[in-house]
Design a protein around this ligand. Structure first.
Ligand SMILES: Cc1cc2nc3c(=O)[nH]c(=O)nc-3n(C[C@H](O)[C@H](O)[C@H](O)COP(=O)(O)OP(=O)(O)OC[C@H]3O[C@@H](n4cnc5c(N)ncnc54)[C@H](O)[C@@H]3O)c2cc1C
Length: 290
């Protein structure tokens, strides 16, 4: 690893000013579980490392007055996986946080780092996309929010300006009669996902589909939503036919590559299977179907 200068700003303004002084040669550091490897392999700007961990206000899990939650970008996976209210309302997110590496990794790795690393296999990206999450980004002067899908440009590439900091992740309040679930396939416990899938489902009073979002990871350059499912299944029960629709549409939506972890064909097939299983789990939580 090359030598670098290391900074510990206490405020967002200070962090952003440091970045703006030399953006091509600087990078933000959160937990470092991706960044230190990138620095070692020459895959990140190596001159100036700006540690965000001491920046006030970037960590913590706070209930919003209008419902839902604001999770600071520097919140660690370990704090998310064990959070009782998140476990109750957003089990898909907690299940994803719970499988990021082993306990030492989860005590360092942050939610914001998982999203900003922009890996198509990032485990928390998939449930957060299915949940309809928005993210808050600051350029030092103002904070703006954007739908999570707009954060990613491609593998390891975000749409953020070089000096922008992801400050928070906003979870919408769960709809009545709703459920969400996460499924993941790996070769071994510590490996990244071959495929992952997440579902967020809400039922109407008759127990039929009111809204449905299915997200897939590790099957395209970025984590993707399966298009057209909600309109296809709105007003229908979550029965075998619905499960089959979700399975086949997820399989078709997957555009994976083949690599050392799995062939493209196997990934596509498992995307369908995992999406269907996640639907069944979400339906059980929502109190209907399957
Ligand atoms: C052994 C091991 C196992 C792993 N297993 C998994 C796994 O199973 N699933 C999985 O999804 N990941 C896994 N990872 C990857 C990694 O742990 C996660 O992606 C983690 O959440 C990254 O967070 P971090 O805080 O460490 O980010 P960092 O490494 O500090 O940063 C990652 C990138 O995001 C940028 N960044 C971080 N925070 C911000 C911010 N707030 N604003 C703007 N830019 C920011 C950094 O500049 C850097 O480019 C594993 C890593 C290791 C080493």
């Amino acid at each position: 690893m090359h030598d670098f200068s290391y900074h510990t700003p206490a405020t967002l303004a200070e962090a952003i000013a440091l970045m703006q002084a030399d953006p091509a040669n600087s990078c933000y550091l959160a937990g470092g579980t991706d960044l230190y490897l990138a620095l070692e392999h020459g895959a990140a700007p190596a001159g100036v490392v700006i540690d965000l961990k001491g920046v006030a206000g970037l960590e913590g899990i706070v209930a919003l007055p209008e419902g839902g939650w604001r999770i600071g970008a520097l919140t660690r996976m370990a704090d998310i996986e064990h959070h009782a209210e998140l476990q109750r309302d957003y089990p898909s997110l907690c299940a994803a946080a719970e499988v990021v590496g082993g306990p030492p990794i989860r005590n360092r790795a942050t939610l914001g780092g998982n999203l900003c690393n922009a890996s198509p296999a990032a485990d928390t990206s998939t449930p957060l996309l299915a949940l309809g999450t928005t993210v808050a980004v600051s350029d030092g002067e103002q904070e703006r929010t954007l739908p999570l899908a707009e954060l990613w440009r491609g593998p390891r590439q975000t749409t953020l300006a070089p000096s922008a900091v992801l400050t928070a992740i906003m979870l919408p309040p769960p709809a009545p009669r709703s459920g969400n679930a996460f499924q993941r396939l790996t070769r071994s416990a510590m490996d990244i996902a071959v495929v992952n899938a997440a579902v967020c489902l809400a039922l109407d009073e008759a127990g039929r589909v009111a809204s449905l979002r299915v997200a897939l990871g590790s099957v395209a350059p970025v984590v993707v939503l399966v298009e057209g499912l909600e309109s296809a299944l709105a007003g229908k029960p979550v029965d075998e036919a619905a499960c089959e629709q979700v399975r086949s549409r997820a399989q078709t939506a997957a555009r994976p590559i083949g690599d050392v972890r799995a062939s493209a064909a196997y990934r596509a097939e498992m995307a369908g299977t995992l999406a269907m299983r996640a639907l069944q789990d979400a339906a059980a939580m929502a109190g209907g179907g399957s």
